[in-house]
Design a protein around this ligand. Sequence first.
Ligand code: NAP
Length: 218
Amino acid sequence: MVIGASRGIGLELVRQYAGAGWSVHATTRALERPGKLGDFSGDVVLYSLDVCSDAQIAALADTLAETPIDVLIHSAGVIGSRGAGDAEAREQTLRINTKAPILTAAALLENVAASDQKKIALMSSVQGSGRPREGSRYLYGDSKGLLNAKFRKLEPEWRVRGIISVALHPGYVRTDMTGFMATLSPKKSVKGIRRVLTDLRPEDSGRFVDYKGNTVAW
Ligand SMILES: NC(=O)c1ccc[n+]([C@@H]2O[C@H](COP(=O)([O-])OP(=O)(O)OC[C@H]3O[C@@H](n4cnc5c(N)ncnc54)[C@H](OP(=O)(O)O)[C@@H]3O)[C@@H](O)[C@H]2O)c1
């Protein structure tokens, strides 16, 4: 299950998992115009989801009620404004980068718990390391640092359900978010992410790892 699959890393996750023969569930905000997401052959089912909407998250969970989810990946995210931003912009960034991954994972927890692999990956960033910092003007890093903090608090509750969950740094990847200026291709990042997720063992739960499986400092 890939949350936020219209572009970038999410789109590549769908491409590679579907190409490898997985049954893939993927969400987009633009179900009526899925673009490249609508071009995949294979077992790909699309759902509409704006992660800012609690009602849409609940509706997705209802739709998927009896469907086990082996691997849940929350990829949706925004870079937000470079400065502190106005209150509304700040709230929007925190909603998407910090609250949505936690709310979505919570809404789909039973689906993951009912699966064979029971894995959750929340897309964080090295920019969340050591954050939030007091007086910081870098909202993106703060939003990921706050996500990490929430994840670390909740992960033990997920672990007792047999779920293996990690915070994930995908590398510095050539997508819209980086203005396509980054060194790493989505293909290589996702190849690494898939290997890391395949290799996850129960003792890895609660780690912050990058696409190579290296530990990232909180
Ligand atoms: N690229 C990097 O170097 C890098 C590094 C570290 C971490 N990350 C993290 O990796 C994840 C994916 O990044 P990316 O590079 O693939 O970014 P991207 O190319 O900008 O794609 C962002 C994705 O998030 C979706 N999204 C944004 N707001 C949403 C909302 N309200 N509801 C549902 N979906 C929403 C977008 O959907 P729409 O098409 O509808 O806007 C799009 O599919 C993000 O969490 C990002 O913070 C990326």
